[in-house]
Write a protein that binds this ligand. Structure first.
Ligand SMILES: Cc1ncc(COP(=O)(O)O)c(C=O)c1O
Length: 425
C-alpha cells in the first residue's frame, strides 16, 4: 500500500511538472527518449475539438491533416467520447476467446452498409492488409489450386500499406524498403493506372492469387487514376481468376466524397481493407470485408490478434460509422472538396504545379523551384494551420470531414496568402 501511495505521489508530481513544461522542453524530451524514425513538426498539441487543435500555449489551429485522414468525425466527437466512456466502464477487453456484443453489432452494421457478407476485425491498417493477403494466398492454394509456395501477389507501383516487413516488401519507395531485406518472395509490382501492363502480368503468370491496389494512392501524394481504371482492374481480375484486394484504409468511409472510393466506379472488390476513420482515431480498428467464402478461408486457429475485435474497439467503431452515415459526412466531403479544388486550382504554376483531389483527400504539388513542403508547412503552422508534406513537395489537405464552409475558406485563405507571401521572400 505504502509502495502504491509513493508511486501515486510520484506520478502526480510528474503530471504537475509536465503541465508546466514548455513546448521546447517537451520536444527535447521526445527527441532524447523516443525513436527518430518519424519527424514531427515543432508544435505540441494538448487538446482538440471538431476541426480545431490547441497547443500547449493555448494557440488554436485548424487541423488539415486529421491524423493522416483518420479523425474524419472531428476531434473528440461527443458521441464517440460517450461511447468510449460507456464501453470502457462496462467491458474494454476480453480477446476473441469469448463472445461479446459489440463484435457482432459492428459486423452487422458494416456488412449492411457495404454489401459484404462478413467482416474480420484487426487493429491497424497494415495488419488488415496482411490479413487480406493471407486470405488471398489461402484461396490461391485451396481454390485456384496454385502449386504450393508459388502464389504471386501483384501490387501497384507507388503503393503504401504500412511499414511491416510484408508491406515494405511490396513497396517501390526506397525510404520504405532500403536495407530491410530480404524481401517477401513472389511479390511483384506493376505501374499504377496501366491496365495493359496489368494484363500482361496476369497473362504471363497463372499463379497470381491477388492484385492489391488503392483506389487513389494517398501516401504517394494523392495520385488519382484515370476514369475507368478500377472498372478495368475488376474486369481483368475476374477474367484471369485473380482476387481484387482494394486498400481503402485511407480513401474509405467518406473521405473521397462517397462511402467508398470504389463507389465512384461502382466496383466491388473481392476483399476490401478498411481502417483509419473506422474508429475516428479513438482506438485502432481496421479489418477486412469479404464474402463468406473469402473470410472463412481462414479457418479456426490460423489467424488471430489479442486486441482485434475487442469490445471497446468495436463499440467505438460502430459509433464512428453511425456518425459518418447519420451526419452525411461523405456528402460534406464532396461539397467541401469542390471548394478546395476551385480555390487551389487558381494558384499560379510557378508556386504549385498541380492540385489533385477527390472529396477531402487532396494534395497541392508545389513547384520544387518555389519551396519545399516542409518550409511551407512550418509557415502554415505559424498562421494556425496544421498539415504536413508528402514526398517533400506535396501539401496534404485531408481535414476532418465535419469541416464547414466557413472553416475551409479560412484554411484556404491561409494557404493562399502564405504561398503568395512566400513568393515575395
Ligand atoms: C492506403 C493505406 N493502407 C494502409 C495504411 C497503413 O495503416 P496503419 O498505419 O494503420 O498500419 C495506410 C496508412 O497511411 C494507408 O494510407
Amino acid at each position: 500500500m505504502r509502495h502504491l501511495d509513493r508511486r501515486l505521489l510520484i506520478s502526480q508530481g510528474e503530471k504537475l511538472r509536465s503541465r508546466w513544461l514548455s513546448s521546447r522542453k517537451i520536444i527535447e524530451r521526445d527527441e532524447r527518449l523516443g525513436g527518430h524514425h518519424f519527424k514531427s513538426l515543432p508544435v505540441v498539441l494538448r487538446r482538440a475539438e471538431g476541426v480545431y487543435c490547441w497547443d500547449t500555449e493555448g494557440k488554436r489551429y485548424i487541423d488539415l491533416l486529421a491524423g493522416f485522414a483518420t479523425v474524419s468525425q472531428g476531434h473528440s466527437h461527443p458521441r464517440l467520447v460517450e461511447a468510449m466512456r460507456d464501453q470502457v466502464a462496462k467491458l474494454a477487453h476480453t480477446s476473441r476467446a469469448f463472445y461479446t456484443e459489440p463484435h457482432g453489432e459492428l459486423a452487422e452494421y458494416l456488412t449492411a452498409i457495404t454489401g459484404y457478407e462478413r467482416f474480420l476485425p484487426m487493429n491497424t491498417g497494415v495488419e488488415a492488409g496482411d490479413t487480406a493477403l493471407k486470405i488471398a494466398r489461402r484461396w490461391g492454394y485451396r481454390t485456384k489450386k496454385i502449386p504450393s509456395n508459388k502464389a504471386t501477389t501483384i501490387f501497384a507501383k507507388g503503393n503504401y500499406w504500412g511499414r511491416s516487413l510484408a508491406a515494405l516488401s511490396a513497396s517501390t519507395d526506397p525510404n520504405c524498403y532500403r536495407d530491410f531485406g530480404p524481401y517477401m518472395p513472389l511479390f511483384d509490382s506493376v505501374t499504377f493506372d496501366d491496365l495493359e501492363a496489368l494484363e500482361r502480368k496476369l497473362q504471363e503468370n497463372p499463379n497470381v492469387c491477388a492484385f492489391m491496389v488503392e483506389p487513389i494512392q494517398g501516401e504517394a501524394g494523392v495520385v488519382i487514376p484515370s476514369n475507368g481504371y478500377l472498372r478495368g482492374v475488376r474486369e481483368l481480375c475476374t477474367k484471369y481468376n485473380v482476387l481484387l484486394v482494394v486498400d481503402e484504409v485511407q480513401t474509405g468511409l467518406g473521405r473521397t466524397g462517397r462511402r467508398l472510393a470504389v463507389d465512384h466506379e461502382a466496383v466491388k472488390p473481392d476483399l476490401l481493407v478498411v481502417g483509419k476513420a473506422l474508429s475516428g482515431g479513438m482506438y485502432p480498428v481496421s479489418g477486412v470485408l469479404g464474402s463468406s467464402e473469402m473470410i472463412l478461408a481462414l479457418e479456426t486457429g490460423v489467424h488471430g490478434s489479442t486486441f482485434g475485435g475487442s469490445p471497446l474497439g468495436q463499440r467505438v467503431a460502430l459509433e464512428a460509422l453511425k456518425i459518418l452515415e447519420e451526419e452525411k459526412l461523405a456528402e460534406n466531403a464532396a461539397k467541401m472538396g469542390e471548394i478546395v479544388r476551385k480555390e487551389l486550382e487558381k494558384i499560379p504554376k510557378d508556386i504549385a504545379l498541380e492540385f489533385r483531389g477527390r472529396g477531402l483527400l487532396a494534395g497541392l504539388q508545389l513547384n520544387p523551384d518555389f519551396a519545399n513542403g516542409w518550409d511551407i508547412c512550418a509557415k502554415l503552422i505559424n498562421k494556425g494551420l496544421l498539415t504536413r508534406p508528402a514526398h517533400n513537395y506535396i501539401i496534404r489537405i485531408s481535414p476532418p470531414l465535419v469541416i464547414n464552409e466557413e472553416q475551409i475558406r479560412v484554411a484556404l485563405n491561409i494557404i493562399t496568402s502564405t504561398l503568395l507571401s512566400h513568393r515575395k521572400t
